[in-house]
Design a protein around this ligand. Sequence first.
Ligand code: SF4
Ligand code: SF4
Length: 469
Amino acid sequence: MVKQSPAKRVIEIKPVTDPNAKVYPRSISGRFQSWRVIFVWLTQIVYYGLCWLPWNDRQAVLFDLEQRRVYFFDLVLWPQDAIYLTLLLLLSALALFLFTAVAGRLWCGYACPQTVYTEIFLWVEKLIEGDRPQRIKLDAAPNSPRKLGKKTLKHGIWLLISMWTGLTFVGYFTPIRDLLASIGLGTIGAWEIFWVLFYGFATYGMAGFLREHMCKYICPYAQFQFVMFDRDTLIIAYDTERGDPRGSRPKKMADHRAAGLGDCIDCGICVQVCPTGIDIRDGLQLECIGCAACIDACDQVMDKMSYPRGLIRYSTENAVENHYQRPEIIRRAMRFRVLVYLVAFLTLSGVTAWSLATKVPLKVGVQKDRTVLFRESDDGAIENSFQMHLTNASEQPRTFRVVVAGIPGIRLHGASTASVEGAAMQDISLNVRVDPGSVASGSHPITFAIVDQDNPMTRVEHKATFWMP
Ligand code: SF4
Ligand code: SF4
């Protein structure tokens, strides 16, 4: 006779049938949950810590909107380097296509900020209000000082985390040390206050209240990623063939198959641990964020029943249906679409890396003096004047030497060097002279070569036009 397990009775307290019903995920441990904890720590150490890292007497990573510069360790990007932003966006899109086609929703389950902050908020919630049954009971209980105290404490800690998150976010645009000092001195700007509060309350709302609704209804990636899925994409799958017909049974039941039962004991624990409140046994669903909590939960049940693990597992639709083993799953992961994404991603990464590695930290603009096309100088030569705009994109002061070529006997009259501070710009006036009769009248292309005196590898050439009467 098939008995109902105690776990089944627990789920009946709060059946997840109403899609808008509050979800009370039960906490679970296991190998995949350990990985999730590791990812929470890693992502948050990077996010909260990176803005405190000093580098070359400044913050290592800083988006300085006022000076229109981006600092990333030794790399300094100027507005003229906007191409790198385009490349970064293209690389991110390609990485997303590639990753999703192969690994499905691994990003959602382990590293997405929505998942990570929901997880952190759930830890706080569990610490203060207890696990799933206690939380359900507390919410159902009438208001009391105890309930009010617990809720106030929980929301207080959530708000602290949220505001620190907002402050950290703004700390990537205004140096974080200056930002904290400005709060202490009461000189913090209105925009900074706005963004700290905006980002802070967004974190509070999304991780504390919206939670799985963000993934279900708001996140655009969740909506369109199924376009990138196919039957060989990694998903969380329930093995219907092995698990059904479901039903509870005594733990010591000798041969459940003889009794017409599959391996699923219908305990419902995989549903209770699900942060989006779905039943993975109903098949692949948009709501599944791939967190693998149901795998860990079911593996524990299988261990208790002395059944093999993996009734719910990472697999692919084809693998579950055709009983593929791991080598076949990996072989099928390398399909045409994935190879196209991979080649495009590696090529673009290589081009970006090469471009960054050979990037010259000097930018030059040259403009001809338009008021006077040419003049005769005191030594009888023909003189053209130019304005040169130098940007020293390195962080050290540099002295640049300017050389001109393109016409026999062409030379610079007056200053031909300029010292420019680190990460600064400077305009210099250049007077170029050519002896009369060297070339015919009209316009002639010339070239300015600008060279770093201490490092000849830093060299930029710029074309201009010389006018002869
Ligand atoms: S799939 Fe596993 S965890 Fe879920 S109800 Fe069946 S036995 Fe329980
Ligand atoms: S079905 Fe499983 S993997 Fe998907 S969200 Fe729920 S617990 Fe996570």
